[in-house]
Design a binder for this molecule. Structure first.
Ligand SMILES: *[C@@H]1O[C@H](CO)[C@@H](O)[C@H](O)[C@H]1NC(C)=O
Ligand SMILES: *[C@@H]1O[C@H](CO)[C@@H](O)[C@H](O)[C@H]1NC(C)=O
Ligand SMILES: *[C@@H]1O[C@H](CO)[C@@H](O)[C@H](O)[C@H]1NC(C)=O
Ligand SMILES: *[C@@H]1O[C@H](CO)[C@@H](O)[C@H](O)[C@H]1NC(C)=O
Ligand SMILES: *[C@@H]1O[C@H](CO)[C@@H](O)[C@H](O)[C@H]1NC(C)=O
Length: 793
């Protein structure tokens, strides 16, 4: 019977569960009656779960051991004792009410001493997972996905040595994974997708010899993956959307599914991969993989899905390269591949194959390919421009030539640097030097070439953001878009230059920031910053779409830079808070979600690019709202202006204007946390604060009020949200606000901490809203088409 539920792969477990359970039920003695103490435990579980509908059939007289299993509720018994309990709520079940206690709940479950399989999915459970879970000494499979459990995995769990499957997907667990997690003797499936775990993986994982599935996608893990070549049973490794890297992990060759997409891998693809005969699914997309792409991957005997898009992989493909017959999906887009598209990819109709933005000869004009020279040059990291550019002496060509020169300079400098470093240090990396340099120089080079007029009219790449690919714009294009910088296009002028609204040929609106350059501007730092700006693309940032240089004709130095951003049409956050907006103001839930957006934006600025962008001096007038009321940070500390250079990244301790952060120690990230506190204050109180002094006074008042009762707390909140906010979420928001505004930067919470608390406030608010649905009125009317008046400042 034990073997019946030990299925090889977790995903199959789900599909076959009901069937297996039915068989199990048939095999056991039908006349079994549950011990009365276990019946009482089940009824207690039902009451602690607040009598959910799915358990409505449970009462003291039903025979739990002989009820039909359903897809939502299943109880399995063996000799009068419960061995399996599955309760699966519907997706999006709200958080259990405030008086729920995870501790009491687990304590109650602890009475089911023979429980081997426990599934508690989508039940609105919240709170830390108590160590008491280890009272379930016989536990073999635990699945608690899609709840709101937080904190760390309790150490006590390590005593449950029979644990084979641990699934905690889609919760809000955080912190680093403990070393002891690697010491479960028979752990087969470990799945922790969609949490807030961070840090690097414990070395002890190399000892999990029985591991078949390791799924850690959508967390904040980073660093090198431990050497997994000893995990000979590993079939599925899913590390998607973390910050692992830079080296390709060492793996056993039994893998069936390998997902490394959206990480920070920067190495070559090891040739061993071509011997992974069971590999069905390979996703390496959205990394910085370099070096040759092994065409043998296309013909691996089991391969059905192959995605290497958005890397810097090089090499020749031949028409006669063969593919595995089962191959269904191939994405080679945005690499540096040349030669001919294999005919097995272009011929088959059952096969999806994507290969745009390489240098392939496809025989078809409209395949969105770069010229061969592009990939060749990129690969060699030699910044020589194609010759046909020279005849056309325009400002643009000049600008490009400069770029080329600068890249050449960077390459030479890079070479010297590499040489010095390599001769000083142990020779640990085996990669050729040119590759590393190619990597550094290529982003700028890519955007420069994409700006070539020949590619401009081609369909632009729609990324996950729904934005076109970053590119270079021509000066003519900018002039047309702004009607030659007409005053009607002028939006304002700030510390970061003048701002214009423009309309591109295809009808899209853009915001154009115009920066005058001093002649003394260091060309090197300047190129570096343009490269950084090209990476400032994120859902909660007003994202960069491209740039354009205007040059002096005499000495070819850059006179002006235009930075083209997406245009966000729906007003500033302030106009949505302080009643300035004719369409009303944000509800409490919308305020929390805007706050989460801003915090994510700040987190991206700090950690999403390297070096991070700090000290952004954010205000509610710098946050723009789009048609869907998604908050986007607009005037972040652009890594371009000479006077800003020392404030950007590198972990330097530049003293900022914030008097409270003027210590010698570096708290780069904490000045943004303070500004975030000021923004929260405005969202809670519904009015802006006029000075630093006033902020401190209000903060102290808030701190005092927090400790009082809910009537008082509500009274200080913005009248527009007083009736629509749950007390718990209001209190949580006040707490976050007060903590962000602490004088000493060291004591302010981290952005991650802030984000977590905000998410908690959102969940509590959600749960409350369902409780009190009837009394809720929405102050915001349905959206009209975006109008284009209020915007950047
Ligand atoms: C956990 O259980 C739920 C409900 O049965 C299922 O949908 C999900 O796939 C399981 N998780 C894993 C990783 O098997
Ligand atoms: C218990 O539930 C069953 C059906 O679910 C019902 O037939 C029975 O009357 C209930 N018993 C009591 C005591 O409520
Ligand atoms: C929690 O509160 C609800 C009312 O909101 C009540 O019906 C329920 O019995 C309480 N549960 C516990 C465990 O106290
Ligand atoms: C991980 O996140 C926690 C907060 O969730 C934070 O306190 C800790 O410093 C982070 N650790 C690392 C190594 O990033
Ligand atoms: C494929 O074609 C290339 C040249 O087009 C040739 O060098 C190579 O030998 C061919 N390979 C096979 C297996 O036919």
């Amino acid at each position: 019977m034990l073997l019946l539920y030990m299925l090889p792969m977790a995903k199959r477990f789900n599909h076959q569960m009901v069937l297996v359970l039915a068989i199990t039920l048939l095999l056991i003695n039908q006349s079994e009656q549950l011990e009365s103490s276990q019946t009482r435990t089940l009824l207690r579980v039902r009451s602690l779960l607040n009598y959910p509908d799915i358990l409505s059939s449970w009462n003291s007289s039903i025979d739990f051991c002989n009820t039909e299993p359903t897809s939502q509720v299943t109880v399995v018994c063996y000799e009068k004792s419960i061995t399996q309990l599955h309760i699966i709520g519907s997706k999006g079940t709200p958080l259990l009410p405030r008086n729920f206690s995870m501790d009491s709940f687990v304590k109650a479950l602890g009475k089911l001493q023979d429980l081997k399989v426990l599934t508690l999915v989508s039940l609105g459970l919240w709170g830390p997972l108590p160590g008491k879970i280890s009272r379930l000494v016989s536990l073999e499979i635990l699945n608690m996905s899609s709840n709101s459990l937080y904190g760390t995995i309790p150490h006590e769990l390590s005593s449950v040595t029979g644990l084979q499957t641990l699934i905690l997907d889609d919760n809000i667990f955080s912190g680093q994974l403990p070393e002891w997690l690697g010491s479960f003797p028979i752990l087969t499936v470990l799945s922790l997708r969609k949490n807030l775990f961070n840090g690097s993986l414990p070395e002890s994982f190399t000892g999990l010899e029985n591991l078949r599935v390791l799924a850690l996608s959508h967390n904040h893990f980073y660093g090198e993956v431990p050497d997994f070549s000893s995990l000979t049973n590993l079939q599925e490794l899913d590390l998607e959307d973390n910050a692992f890297g830079p080296r390709f992990p060492r793996l056993g060759n039994k893998l069936v599914r390998l997902v490394l997409g959206k990480n920070r891998f920067r190495s070559g693809i090891p040739s061993e991969l071509s011997s992974f005969y069971q590999l069905e699914w390979l996703d390496l997309s959205l990394n910085g993989f370099v070096g040759p792409f092994p065409p043998l991957l296309l013909s691996l005997p089991s391969i059905t899905y192959l995605n290497i898009a958005d890397n810097k992989l090089t090499g020749m493909l031949f028409e006669n390269t063969s593919c595995n017959a089962e191959l269904e999906f191939v994405d080679l887009s945005s690499n540096l591949l040349s030669g001919h598209l294999p005919s097995c990819l272009s011929d088959s109709k059952d096969r999806v194959s994507l290969y745009a933005r390489n240098c392939l000869a496809t025989g078809n004009q409209n395949q969105n390919q770069n010229p061969f020279s592009f990939c060749h040059n990129e690969a060699l990291a030699v910044g020589i421009l194609p010759h046909h550019q020279k005849s056309k002496i325009s400002k643009i060509a000049l600008a490009m030539a400069i770029t080329g020169g600068i890249i050449g300079g960077i390459v030479v400098l890079g070479l010297v640097f590499m040489f010095v470093r390599r001769s000083n240090a142990d020779n640990t990396t085996k990669k050729p030097t040119t590759r590393l340099i190619a990597e550094k120089a290529s982003t700028v080079y890519t955007s420069k070439l994409r700006g070539d007029a020949r590619y401009m009219s081609q369909t632009t790449n729609m990324g996950t953001l729904g934005l076109p690919a970053y590119r270079t714009f021509s000066l003519e294009e900018i002039e047309v878009a702004t009607n030659n910088f007409d005053t009607s296009a002028f939006m304002g002028e700030g510390s970061q230059g003048q701002m214009y609204r423009g309309r591109l040929k295809d009808g899209t609106y853009v915001a154009i920031r115009c920066l005058k350059m001093k002649k003394s501007h260091s060309s090197q730092s300047f190129m570096h910053h343009v490269e950084l700006i090209s990476r400032l693309r994120y859902r909660h940032l007003v994202s960069a779409l491209g740039h354009c240089f205007e040059c002096y004709l005499d000495d070819s130095s850059v006179s002006r830079i235009f930075l083209i951003f997406e245009y966000v049409p729906n007003g500033t956050l302030r106009s949505w808070i302080s009643g300035g907006h004719e369409r009303g103001s944000l509800t409490w839930a919308q305020r929390i979600s805007a706050a989460i957006g801003i915090a994510k934006g700040i987190q991206f600025l700090h950690t999403g690019i390297v070096p991070g962008v700090y000290s952004n001096h954010l205000k509610t007038t710098d946050i723009l709202m789009d048609q869907n009321l998604v908050a986007k940070i607009s005037s972040y500390n652009l890594p371009l202006l000479a006077e800003n250079v020392d404030k950007v990244g590198h972990g330097t301790s530049a003293p900022t204007k914030d008097p409270s952060t003027s210590t010698r120690v570096s708290y780069d990230d904490k000045s943004d946390v303070y500004d975030f506190g000021v923004i929260l204050l405005e969202m809670i109180l519904g009015r802006p604060s006029k000075s630093k002094n006033q902020v401190q006074i209000l903060k102290n008042q808030l701190e005092a009020i927090m400790a009082t009762d809910d009537v008082t707390r509500r009274r200080v909140a913005d009248p527009a949200v007083r009736t629509s906010c749950s007390d718990q979420s209001l209190k949580t928001m006040m707490e976050i606000c007060v903590r962000c505004l602490v004088k000493s930067p060291a004591e302010r919470p981290s952005v991650e901490d802030v984000l977590w608390n905000l998410q908690f406030a959102a969940q509590v608010q959600d749960a409350w809203k369902v409780d009190s649905q009837s009394s809720e009125g929405s102050p915001v009317s349905p959206f009209e088409p975006p109008h284009l008046r209020v915007a950047f400042r």
